[in-house]
Ligand binder design. Sequence first.
Ligand code: ATP
Length: 608
Amino acid sequence: MTLPEHTASDRTFQVDLRGLVDLLSHHLYSSPRVYLRELMQNAVDALTARRSLESQGGFGIRLYADGGVVRVEDDGVGLTEADVHTFLATIGRSSKRADKIAEQRADFIGQFGIGLLSCFLVADEIHVVSRSARTPDAPAVEWRGRGDGSYTVRTLPASARPQPGTTVTLTPRADAAEWTRPAQVHALARHFGSLLRHPVTFDDGAGGPAVPVNPEPAPWSLTHPTPGARNRALAAYGEEVFGFKPLDTIELDLPAVGLKGIACILPDAVPSGRRHGHRVHVKGMLLSEQAPEILPDWAFFVRCVVDAESLRPTASRESLYEDDTLAAVRDALAERLREWIAKAAASDPDLLARFLQVHHLAVKSLAVHDDEILRMLLPWLPFETTDGHATLDEFARTHRTVLVTASVEEFRQVAAIASAAGLGVVNGGYTYDRELVHRLPEIRPEVSVADLDPETLTAHLDPVDRETELAAAAYLARARDALAVFDCDVALRTFQPASAPALLIDSRDARHERTRSQLAREQEGGLWGDILGSLRQEVPRAQLILNQLNPLVRTAVTIEEPELARTSAEALYGQAAMLSRRPLRPAESSLINRSFLDLLAHALRKDS
Ligand SMILES: Nc1ncnc2c1ncn2[C@@H]1O[C@H](COP(=O)(O)OP(=O)(O)OP(=O)(O)O)[C@@H](O)[C@H]1O
């Protein structure tokens, strides 16, 4: 038996327009307000297409919103009835992609053939009346497209639309009033269209004259009498769009992609790594206020506003398509910022100083990975040093050997003693600082850089003579006993400055080791106790170094009364711990409290 043959029949997808509009509104566009941008952009593209037919100027875009309707009218290329069926009524079909104009595609902002659908975000029907400039004797045509996917087309007498161009009218739904009120339409038009090159006007239907939406050309396209005047005009524009007075304004110009604009240096520091949005216009139309992709991550000390000819927007038209052109633009703009830094470093020390004062953290993060920035700016970057805050250049002039600590805490511990000994130490504890200081000899070969840790420093402190050591032995033993709970050894040395009674050397390693051995003790006998115990290394203990040159210490070591000796040792430990500015442990805080009260009680007893 043979089965009956089934013949395959070609079918066409059915598209549910409501579902599609829902998808666009929830997943493609950030807000219903984009409907106006899409209409303006179609008008701009239509004007561009008309310009390729006839060079005559004076064509523009007129917006109208009176609370009842929103209308966008252009003097663009227009549509014939056949165009309407092909382009308006076919979703995903765009005249800007048709083969014969493929080479001109870069002239247009649109290309996906879906922009018009965004009108359904605010209205149930799109009404278009158009007359073609390509086929001047074709009649005017009217198209009504509805959100349910149906549409009607009819031709109108030439008198209905005497001149070529297109008028799109929307009757907004009540729930879209927020986006279609006259004041809002005007504000949105200015927002998206302030840099459009065709004249755009707005009329609120109240009887007054239509007002220009983009009366001023882009500030960088104007000529100015002097470079200073130009710079001030660009800075004023930056302040207008970003709301801050730029520390300086860098002009951007990349002819290869028709990009012009400005980069505004932020007047205040920003947390490093925070990426700023830049304002990107494509052919004048505002694409995004938050496009971080036109600059590399490190450029977080600027905000840019640019207008480009050949950057490609994505379908949402709210970001840029990541392609080779965008990568090249990013590189070229980064290069411009570098040039600005180099120029400031070479010829405008005041500007450079102001810039580094605010953005040195950003520059440090940049210099770590960028040899050129390092070479240009390292000498001018500020660091915390034993001479106070100083640039490496200033510091290296007085210290041919630059010592650098690994942590802020270690810097606090050694700074006073090292500087009293004439040593120059840089605090390497902040992010990037130690790494950067170590690279100084690449630029200043006459300078050498070495790490300094507190242990090395104490090893070089002068011991006291045997007699003094013996005389102090009893006191030192009591002090060791008092501080044993902190696993702290006590030693007597002489060091400058004489005003410092004691130095507490307490490296991070020592503290880790103490935590570990304390845990091991607590777990005594158990499995963990054995494991932790077997890890025990030679314990790097904390060390309280008393300064024999200090008058207070000289007196303390002679104390015979055991309680007072103990209290004085605790007080010296507490004071040294506080000076190191590391967070105190609870036991240390209570020790400081207790020793203070004991000393007070002692002093009062003595007085009475
Ligand atoms: N104001 C207008 N004047 C002339 N033609 C227009 C106008 N508005 C729309 N069209 C035609 O309708 C087509 C579809 O428009 P739509 O906005 O949906 O897509 P697009 O602009 O081509 O691409 P995109 O989805 O990227 O915006 C356009 O390609 C164009 O041919």
